[in-house]
Design a protein around this ligand. Structure first.
Ligand code: SF4
Ligand code: SF4
Length: 438
C-alpha cells in the first residue's frame, strides 16, 4: 500500500490520539521522522488500560507501529513501557523485528509525559513551543496504534477500552461503544447505586478532571479511565478547589521554599518552568511571572501541587490559569530550550508507588482484568468534537436509521476527524452531538 493510501485509511477510520488531547492521527503522521515512539508507559497511578492492551494485542500494536514508521520514513520504532509489565514485555518481545525495540522504564511519574519520553529515547529535549518532531520523533499511544491497525483492516473507531476503578466492587478494564454513558460503566463495575457523596475523575488521578455531572458524561475516543471516589477525599477537594481560594492561599501560605520548581520534571529538562515564581507574583499582585516562555512548557502533570508542596497549595492550577491568560493576550511561546538538562534529572523522578500513597489512593491499587465483552445499553451519545481541530459535520439527519460503523459526521473544512455510528439504531442530530437509540 502507498503511504497516501495508508494515511487516507487512517483518516477515514476517524483515528485520533487515544491517550491525550485527541490529535487526528493522519495529520500527526503526515511528516518525516527518524523514530516513532509507542507510548505504553501509562504513568498515572491506577490506570491499567494500556498495560492490558499490550498484553492482549501485541501484534496489532506492531502492525500500527510499522505502518506509522512506513508513512513517516522512520527507521526505528521504540515501544516504551515499564520494567514491571512482565506479561506485556513477553508478549511484545515475540512480535519485534530488527527495526523495532522495547525501552523499559522504572515506574515513575510522569514517565508517560511525551517530552519526558522523547528525552529518554532520543536524549534530546523538545523545545518550549515545539513538538517531538522538532527532534525527529513522533509519539503515538499504544491504543492509537491498535486503532491504526484496525483502520488498515477497514474498521473505524467505534469502541474503547476504559479502566473503571476506585469505589467499585469489580474494578477492571471494560470495553464499550464510543458514546456509552459513563454511568453504565460504573454500574457494570459494581459502583455505588446512589452516587450522592461520590465524585468521578475522568482520566488519571493527577491529570484527569472531576466531572460536575456524571449523568452527562460518555465514553469518548480519548477516555482511558474513570475513578469513583468519595467527594470528601483530599484529592477530590484539592482538584475542585476554587481559583480564588488558590490565589488567597498563594498569598498567605506560600513560603517560597521553591520545592515545586525543584521537583518540576519539565524544569529539570531545562525548560525553565518555575511555578514558585508564579506563586510569588500572585502573592505580590505583580505581573512579574519570571521567565514567561517557560510557562508554556508546563504540562499540567500536577507534581508541584500533589507531591512537592507541603502546604497543599496548587501551583499547577495557577500555572494553567496564567498560561491561558497569556495565550488570550496573544503571547506566543518562543521555540527554545533555556538550559542544559539538570544534573539531578534522574534523582527527582517521583516513584509511582510513593505518589500513590501521598495521594491517599493506594487502597485502589489492584491487578485488573481486561473484560472483552462489550457493555451495551442500547443508547449512545457521540460528541461531534472529541478531537483537536474543527468539529465534525453530520451527514445524516434526525430520524435516519444508521448501522454500526457507518460514517455519520466528517470534516468538510479544516482539520479534524471522522465520526462513525457505534450502534445500530435511529439517530437524533443536534449541533453538539448525535444520539443513537436501538
Ligand atoms: S512548594 Fe508550595 S510553599 Fe513552596 S514555593 Fe511552591 S507553592 Fe510555595
Ligand atoms: S504541573 Fe507543576 S510540576 Fe508539572 S510541569 Fe507544570 S509546573 Fe512543573
Amino acid at each position: 500500500m502507498e503511504k497516501q493510501q495508508i494515511l487516507e485509511k487512517i483518516r477515514q477510520a476517524g483515528v485520533i490520539g487515544a491517550g491525550g488531547a485527541g490529535f487526528p492521527a493522519h495529520i500527526k503522521l503526515s511528516c518525516s521522522a527518524d523514530v516513532v515512539i509507542a507510548n505504553g508507559a501509562e504513568c498515572e497511578p491506577l490506570l491499567r488500560t494500556d498495560r492490558l492492551m499490550m498484553e492482549q494485542y501485541p501484534k496489532k500494536i506492531m502492525l500500527g507501529l510499522k505502518a506509522a514508521m512506513y508513512v513517516t520514513g522512520a527507521r526505528k520504532g521504540v515501544i516504551v513501557l515499564k520494567k514491571k509489565y512482565e506479561k506485556a514485555i513477553a508478549a511484545l518481545q515475540s512480535a519485534l523485528d530488527l527495526s523495532t525495540e522495547l525501552m523499559l522504564m522504572d515506574s515513575f511519574y510522569p514517565s508517560g509525559d511525551e517530552q519526558q519520553m522523547v528525552y529518554e529515547v532520543t536524549g534530546k529535549v523538545v523545545p518550549t513551543g515545539g513538538l517531538p518532531l522538532d527532534v525527529g520523533a513522533v509519539v503515538q499511544n499504544v491504543a492509537t496504534l491498535i486503532a491504526i491497525a484496525d483502520a488498515l483492516a477497514g474498521l473505524p473507531v467505534t469502541e474503547k477500552y476504559v479502566t473503571v476503578t476506585g469505589e467499585v466492587q469489580n474494578p477492571a478494564v471494560y470495553k464499550a461503544p464510543v458514546g456509552t454513558p459513563l454511568t453504565a460503566l460504573i454500574a457494570a463495575a459494581g459502583g455505588p447505586e446512589d452516587m450522592r457523596g461520590y465524585s468521578v475523575v475522568i482520566g488519571g488521578p493527577l491529570m484527569g478532571r472531576v466531572t460536575d455531572d456524571i449523568s452527562q458524561e460518555v465514553v469518548e475516543k480519548t477516555t482511558g479511565g474513570i475513578i469513583v471516589m468519595p467527594s470528601e477525599h483530599t484529592l477530590i477537594r484539592q482538584k475542585t478547589g476554587s481559583l480564588e481560594n488558590d490565589i488567597r492561599l498563594a498569598k498567605s501560605v506560600c513560603c517560597q521554599c521553591n520545592y515545586c520548581t525543584q521537583l518540576c520534571p519539565r524544569n529539570a529538562l531545562g525548560l525553565q518552568v518555575e511555578p514558585h515564581k508564579i506563586m510569588r507574583a500572585l502573592a505580590l499582585n505583580a505581573n512579574n511571572f519570571g521567565e514567561v516562555n517557560g510557562i508554556f512548557s508546563c504540562c499540567d502533570c500536577g507534581i508541584c501541587t500533589h507531591y512537592a508542596c507541603n502546604f497543599q497549595l496548587a501551583p499547577s492550577r495557577l500555572m494553567k490559569r496564567v498560561k491561558q491568560e497569556l495565550l488570550k493576550a496573544g503571547v506566543k511561546p518562543e521555540k527554545k530550550v533555556a538550559f542544559d538538562v539538570a544534573d539531578n534529572v534522574e534523582s527527582i523522578k517521583v516513584p509511582t508507588s510513593r505518589l500513590t500513597i501521598r495521594l491517599g489512593i493506594d487502597k485502589y491499587e489492584k491487578e485488573l482484568e481486561l473484560k472483552k465483552e462489550l457493555i451495551e445499553t442500547g443508547y449512545v451519545r457521540l460528541p461531534l468534537k472529541m478531537h483537536i481541530g474543527a468539529q465534525s459535520v453530520p451527514n445524516i439527519g434526525t430520524g435516519d436509521t444508521v448501522a454500526k460503523g457507518q460514517l455519520i459526521a466528517d470534516v468538510s473544512q479544516g482539520e479534524g476527524a471522522n465520526l462513525h455510528a457505534s450502534l445500530d439504531g435511529i439517530a437524533t442530530v443536534t449541533d453538539k452531538y448525535i444520539e443513537i437509540r436501538k
